[in-house]
Design a protein around this ligand. Structure first.
Ligand code: C2E
Ligand code: CA
Ligand code: CA
Length: 524
């Protein structure tokens, strides 16, 4: 019999085996002595035989036992390695989720009576972009480097585990108050916000941290991690920040669930509608060239839900596929009512782009509305293009071949606009509001704008400035001569379909005369 918790191959099992063989030898010796006492005096030959047999058995036994002891030892070592591996993240060599879960049980048990500790949930901002544009090797190296930096920073007394992907969890012991935890989170972020030299790439990385305290924000590991995760979500909203959990965040999470329900109903009931914002000629801002369709949900109480509130939820739940198809259709039908020189521009999400039925959705919207393909533009963001770049590239190529224009949205707000331009053929670049806002006062933004102007000229692209909300910016852009089209509150806020129709009807007919409507591209 082995003790209950003495596993096969473990050190204790080896000891049991050796003790057993020792006991067997002792019993055999005792029996030999007994045999000698009883029979040896009468049968000396028999005693001699028993003694020799025993001697041989004692010499031979270890030789036979050795391999099994050695393999038992190897098994024991392997078991130890497997146990360690089961608790260690293979890439960073930090404790993994399983180990974190056990550690939290342990820390909660130790802190149960009094004291508090903090759980910090950390992730790397825009990690996906780094991973997708510079490759998985660089992405993996970045995760490992961030993990090592956290480990070195928290030291021997601290605890850090890789939660999964680019997420880490740090446990901070003996926290005096929320302020202490917040300072820890902030200092950790500052420490990590340095340049990383990875496989010949220099990357500046920022992180976000969400913090929850035991016991005030949660008494179990699940509630604590959930609270820290909600705080991280909040930190991300604030962009590159750290944030301590507040009970109102749980309400926000249920708000998101409410919006999700509202969304489902709205898609079915048609309360989701495109609004339209005019895009005008930079040299003659009274001349409307087209409209961008922007999604709005009209609630029964007249309130309008903004896309920033529901598009991310729609993307996460997959509802964006229905929303996107509805927007595309409605926008095409609206545009078909306008002057034939005007275009409509529709935002598409990465989730739509990688679907095999996306091309058919576009074709059906065009055929059903009767809108010529060259009057439709599809806008996608840099982030949209990173995911599944090859799939997206092929899909866009076929759509372009139909004559639909492709526009790169929010250009300059992400990391890798130029990287995409090398891979995806586009017709238009929409320069992000942040660059437009700074162009007047900051030389860097001005230089970017000038550089883009040259690039657009060489690549035969149209440049659009977004978010133009004051006359000085419009004037400055028009005088620069690099940007052909302007869009912003200065000219019009997004308006409903009826008003958009009236806006374009109110234009003097001759203002359409030389609108530059792109010629259809011949299919390959
Ligand atoms: P976006 O495509 O960059 O759209 C421009 C956003 O800037 C719009 O916000 C517009 O109302 C706002 N804007 C326009 N001019 C100005 C200005 O002069 N100043 C300021 N401060 N803002 C201006 P909106 O309508 O809230 O849309 C936000 C984002 O939601 C859009 O950004 C787009 O990324 C996304 N979105 C909107 N509709 C759809 C849709 O149908 N599908 C998808 N996938 N995304 C959509
Ligand atoms: Ca857009
Ligand atoms: Ca934009």
């Amino acid at each position: 019999m082995r003790p209950k918790n003495c596993k096969a191959g473990s050190d204790c099992a080896i000891k049991v085996t050796l003790l057993r063989s020792l006991a067997a030898t002792l019993i055999a010796t005792a029996m030999a002595i007994l045999a000698y006492e009883v029979y040896g005096k009468f049968h000396p030959g028999l005693f001699y035989q028993v003694s020799v047999t025993l001697l041989i058995a004692m010499i031979v036994a270890p030789i036979f036992l050795y391999p099994s002891i050695r393999s038992a030892k190897q098994l024991a070592d392997a078991n130890e390695i497997i146990a360690k591996q089961a608790s260690t993240d293979y890439m960073t060599h930090l404790p993994n989720l399983k180990a974190l879960s056990e550690k939290l049980d342990e820390v909660i048990a130790d802190t149960y009576a009094n004291g508090q500790f903090a759980v910090h949930f950390l992730d790397i901002n825009r990690f996906k972009q780094v991973n997708d544009t510079l490759g998985h090797d660089v992405g993996n190296q970045l995760i490992t480097s961030v993990g090592t930096r956290i480990k070195n920073w928290v030291g021997e007394d601290g605890y850090v585990a890789r939660f999964g992907g680019d997420e880490f969890v740090v446990i901070q012991m003996n926290v005096s108050d929320e302020q202490g935890a917040a300072t820890f989170g902030r200092d950790l972020r500052v420490h990590l916000a340095h340049r990383y030299e990875l496989l010949e790439h220099h990357i500046n990385v920022t992180t976000s941290v969400g913090t929850a305290l035991y016991p005030i924000h949660g008494r179990t590991k699940q509630t604590l991690l959930k609270a820290a995760d909600l705080a991280l979500y909040k930190a991300k909203e604030r962009t590159n920040a750290n944030c301590v959990f507040d009970p109102s965040y749980s309400n926000e999470a249920s708000n998101r669930a409410r919006i999700e329900n509202t969304l489902r109903t709205c898609v079915r009931s048609g309360e989701l509608q495109p609004y339209f914002q005019s895009i005008v000629d930079a040299q003659d801002p009274l001349k409307i060239l087209g409209f961008e369709a922007l999604a709005r949900i009209e609630l029964p109480n007249g309130e309008l839900l903004s896309p920033d509130d529901f598009i991310p939820i729609a993307e996460n739940t997959g509802l964006i596929v229905d929303i996107g198809a509805h927007m595309l259709r409605e926008a095409c039908f609206a545009c078909a009512e306008w002057h034939p020189n005007l275009f409509v521009s529709v935002n598409v999400s990465p989730v739509q782009l990688i679907r095999s039925d996306f091309i058919t959705t576009v074709q059906n919207a065009l055929i059903d509305s009767g809108l010529p393909a060259y009057r439709l533009e599809l806008e996608m963001t840099e982030t949209a293009l990173i995911d599944e770049i090859e799939l997206v590239r092929q899909s866009l190529q076929r759509i372009r071949a139909m004559g639909v224009q492709i526009s790169l949205d929010d250009f300059g707000s992400g990391y890798c606009g130029l990287h995409y331009l090398r891979q995806i053929e586009v017709d238009k670049i929409k320069i992000d509001k942040s660059i437009i806002d700074e162009a007047e006062d900051f030389a860097i933004a001005r230089n970017i704008l000038n550089g883009l102007g040259l690039l657009a000229q060489q690549m035969d692209l149209t440049l659009v400035a977004e978010g133009v909300d004051d006359i000085r910016k419009a004037d400055h852009l028009a005088r620069g001569g690099k940007v052909q089209q302007l869009q912003g509150y200065l000219f019009s806020t997004p308006v409903n379909r009826q008003i958009a129709k009236q806006m374009q009807e109110a234009l003097p007919q001759n203002s359409y005369r030389d609108n530059v409507v792109p010629l259809p591209i011949k299919a390959n």
